[in-house]
Design a protein around this ligand. Structure first.
Ligand code: DON
Length: 323
């Protein structure tokens, strides 16, 4: 009898994309940003990039989508690199909230007006306001530039997605006015919102966010270009925030059952940074990797439904949890 050849990692990922695509019907596209509502909700795609540059791509990996909250990781890194970590932490804390990403409730309950972390909208708007540059264009450019350094290509934002959220951003405006009133927003509300909503509208593919995840997994080092892109302590801080706050009020379950520092966005993107691991037995991806997933049908926490199932399957089968 002929021995059955084990399936390659690429074949397994192809199988799992097929297996989890039907789960997209359990979610819904973000409807509070009208431009996101109309995209194909059955899409599911993934890119996985290893430090030696090898890459697994499957499903709708090539589809262009907007960063949304994944941009909060990049803007936080830019602010820390420009001002130093202590300056940024005077304006945002590092504590999980257990609340949805756009919640306002703790702003009044915590140290008056100080956002609990930079992954929730209040914290991210504060961070956008301190990005380097004299105006909103220069501030946005600082985010685009770091992405360019991490990925090796230039990026732009999607004007339609930006405008569609700009017109409907009443809750973000409320957060920004509150931050302004309590002194945490040092620039004008509309300018801070413009930077924040434009950074959310930056267009990427799963390959781009996988590469950014890889650089974070490697503590800021680009293993393919062999270049330190950002300081190790900033990369570590960003990853700790991704793990504790990256999925908002689902971060605890995410850490328990997936165990990979990850950031999700309401457009359906998931950026995951898998650090290198030491194991006795040979298992895939021991040197770590970056994973980028796209699936626009999201759950109540603002994360891709099928994308989270897919990441959980990969993490469990290949033993990727950091714990
Ligand atoms: O500010 C917002 O509501 C969106 N631009 C981004 C929110 C988001 O992606 C939350 N994450 N899952």
């Amino acid at each position: 009898m002929k021995a059955v050849k084990p399936r390659s990692n690429q074949q397994l990922i192809d199988d799992w994309i097929q297996q989890y695509r039907p789960f997209t019907i359990q979610g819904k596209n973000a409807s509070y940003i009208p431009a996101l509502e109309k995209v194909n909700s059955s899409h599911l795609g993934i890119s996985i990039i290893e430090p030696d540059g090898s890459i697994i791509k499957s499903g709708d990996w090539k589809v262009v989508f907007t960063l949304q909250s994944i941009s909060k990781v990049i803007s936080f890194i830019v602010a820390c690199m420009h001002h130093g970590i202590p300056y940024v932490l005077e304006r945002v804390d590092l504590e999980p909230t257990g609340d949805p990403f756009d919640s306002i409730i703790r702003l009044e309950m915590h140290k008056l007006g100080k956002p609990l972390n930079p992954m929730i909208n209040a914290g991210a708007i504060t961070v956008s306001s301190i990005l380097p540059g004299a105006d909103s264009k220069a501030k946005l450019d600082s985010v685009l530039l770091l992405m360019e350094k991490m990925v090796g290509k230039s990026f732009t934002y999607n004007e339609e997605v930006f405008l569609s959220e700009w017109k409907t951003a009443n809750r973000n405006r409320a957060l920004a006015y509150y931050l302004k009133e309590t002194g945490y927003l040092e620039i004008e509300v509309e300018e801070a919102l413009e930077v924040y909503l434009k950074q959310c509208s930056i267009e990427v593919t799963t390959e781009d966010i996988a590469l950014m995840g890889l650089v974070l997994a490697q503590d800021g080092y680009h293993p393919i270009r062999k270049e330190q892109i950002l300081p190790k302590e900033v990369a570590r801080l960003a990853k700790s925030l991704m793990l504790t706050c990256g999925v908002y009020n689902n971060s605890g379950r995410f850490a328990a059952f997936i165990g990979i520092p990850s950031k999700t966005g309401v457009s359906g993107g998931v950026m995951a940074a898998v650090p290198p691991r030491v194991r006795q037995e040979a298992s895939p991806l021991l040197d770590g990797c970056g994973i980028g997933i796209y699936g626009p049908a999201i759950d109540e926490y603002g994360s891709s439904v099928a994308g989270v199932f897919l990441l959980e399957k990969i993490a469990k089968t290949w033993d990727l949890s950091i714990f």
